[in-house]
Design a protein around this ligand. Structure first.
Ligand SMILES: NC(=O)c1ccc[n+]([C@@H]2O[C@H](COP(=O)([O-])OP(=O)(O)OC[C@H]3O[C@@H](n4cnc5c(N)ncnc54)[C@H](O)[C@@H]3O)[C@@H](O)[C@H]2O)c1
Length: 251
């Protein structure tokens, strides 16, 4: 029970990694607010979860007023917040630099960079001292790949945000870390692999399996367990860190 009585807010909570993390947090005694774009997806994500300790708020993380409302809903329901998991994500497209669509670049930055920034901006004043912020970056936050301009640069930018937070919030013992999943066996990654496959002219899934030393994709549950580690006091002396959960892909 590593999060007994802790209040946690998870963005992208209706997505695959968000749902797996919310379930694990609940198993460890937490109260969880799931935040995502669509009420119907959130309702589905909450089905079967303990209604006393699970709630959802529809919000677009790129919109300040919307993020503020989700934070207020969490505070109204359970009081101060202990854990933020900034996890909402989109991918954009893979294109050569000269063809990269500006509007896609902006839309990907809006979710990963501005979204994580807005969440922290509006939630940190409501966090308990000793809390934990986990930002879901990616192995893409540590390497370059041809054509992945929006996603890869946004995932690097999240590391800069995390490092500023770690230093500013250390006096309150609020820790901030990024997690860096490698390719996960889910629809988000499959879409990436299909797009990349068209550019490199070979099977995208095979391409990734060959560059992952453990030779396979990860699962949302494997990511959830690492998020739990950073969210809980198991990692009490870890802040400003990048935790790779990528099967060795960045080694
Ligand atoms: N799947 C992978 O292989 C992989 C690898 C590394 C990192 N990640 C990161 O993990 C995170 C979760 O991805 P996932 O694999 O669960 O994909 P997913 O598509 O299942 O989940 C992403 C969720 O974010 C939500 N979202 C998107 N834009 C939003 C917005 N503006 N406001 C609120 N919610 C929004 C989506 O509705 C979706 O539910 C993302 O940040 C992604 O970049 C994924």
């Amino acid at each position: 029970m590593q999060l007994e009585g802790r209040t946690c807010l998870v963005t992208g909570g209706a997505g695959r990694i968000g749902r797996a993390t919310a379930r694990l947090f609940l198993e460890h005694g937490a109260r969880v607010m799931l935040v995502d774009l669509k009420a119907a997806d959130l309702e589905r994500a909450c089905a079967g979860l303990d209604p006393e300790r699970t709630a959802w708020a529809e919000a677009d993380v790129t919109n300040a007023a919307s993020v503020r409302r989700a934070v207020e809903a969490t505070v109204d329901r359970w009081g101060r917040i202990d854990v933020l998991f900034s996890n909402a994500g989109n991918f954009g497209v893979v294109r050569p630099i000269s063809d990269y669509p500006d509007e896609v670049f902006d839309a990907v930055y809006a979710v990963h960079v501005k979204g994580a920034y807005l969440l922290c901006k509006h939630a940190v004043p409501h966090m308990n001292d000793g809390g934990s912020i986990v930002i879901n970056s990616s192995v893409a936050g540590t390497r370059g790949d041809p054509g992945v301009y929006a996603y890869i640069t946004a995932k690097h930018a999240q590391v800069g945000l995390m490092r500023c937070l770690a230093k500013e919030l250390a006096p309150r013992r609020i820790r901030a870390n990024t997690i860096h999943p490698g390719p996960i066996d889910n629809g988000f990654q499959l879409a990436v692999e299909q797009d990349l496959g068209n550019i490199i002219g070979r099977d995208g899934t095979e391409f990734f399996n060959q560059i992952i030393p453990l030779g396979r994709h990860g699962s949302p549950d494997e990511i959830a367990r690492s998020v739990l580690y950073l969210a809980s006091s198991q990692s009490s002396f870890t802040t400003g860190a990048m935790l790779m959960v990528d099967g060795g892909m960045s080694a």
